[in-house]
Design a binder for this molecule. Structure first.
Ligand code: SF4
Length: 242
């Protein structure tokens, strides 16, 4: 159940709200448009943790390249944990990533290899969300959104991560207030996200944010959500009826 997101964040659930019905509609419309696009994420929770860490504040193409380079040079967690900051930085700098991120990657690898036998991978594959969520949050650089991404992509948990695309579309549609701090946006959307469709809704909104609802100059004229979008109607009066 997606109420899981609100449970884990300890926010009050408002599943009967009008905004929940609107999000269900968004899910259906975007599913018809994009299906369930694969965004390069991993079923293996360990690979996914590093993929998510590398994805912050960089482009899709860059973080995929950084992740490939990292695992080509260091094929397992133990080798990342014993690497030097400079060696990790050489792998990921093409993604515009800094020494700070390299140190974080090494610290995460050290925390993962410190998990007792049968190890972090086995723990994460078997753990209940109430166990895996605090464990993931304890890793350096992993906040609620990143933890939810790992749980959603690798553990099939019905949790709803809010990234910049999800926040921007929800804001423009009038589902959340403008310019919220990221954690507040995540909590607000957790309180209204419909059950059972977290993954399709998330990947649909990410795909839509990358292709149509761009940060600057969104393509409202081509948008399947425009009939329900406050920003789109204001920006192009009459467009919603077209
Ligand atoms: S109508 Fe425009 S602003 Fe609204 S969701 Fe579509 S592209 Fe984004």
């Amino acid at each position: 159940m997606s109420s899981l997101t609100s449970e884990l964040l300890k926010v009050e659930r408002k599943s009967r709200s009008v905004r929940t019905r609107r999000l269900r509609w968004v899910d259906r419309v975007l599913f018809d448009e994009y299906g369930t696009p694969r965004l390069g994420n991993y079923r293996d929770p360990i690979r996914e943790i590093f993929f998510i860490l590398l994805s912050a504040k960089t482009t899709d193409r860059q973080y995929r390249a950084s992740h490939r380079a990292l695992f080509a040079a260091f094929p397992d967690i133990a080798s990342i944990a014993s690497a030097s900051v400079a060696a990790v930085e050489r792998c990921i700098h093409s993604g515009g990533l800094s020494g700070k991120r390299s140190a974080q990657i090494i610290a995460v690898a050290k925390a993962l290899i410190a998990v007792p036998e049968p190890g972090a991978r086995a723990f994460l594959k078997r753990a209940e969300p109430a166990e895996s969520y605090p464990f993931l949050l304890s890793l350096p650089g992993i906040g609620p959104k990143s933890a939810f991404c790992v749980m959603m992509y690798s553990m099939r948990a019905d949790v709803f991560p809010v990234d910049v695309n999800v926040q921007r579309i929800a804001e423009r549609m009038g589902l959340i207030a403008p310019k919220l701090k990221h954690y507040t946006a995540q909590s607000t959307l957790a309180s209204i996200a419909p059950d059972g469709c977290s993954r399709t809704l998330h990947v649909g909104m990410v795909a839509h944010g990358r292709k149509i609802c761009l940060p600057v100059d969104p393509k409202c004229g081509q948008c399947v959500l425009r009939s329900e979008c406050r920003y789109g109607k204001k920006r192009s009066p009459g467009l919603a009826q077209s």
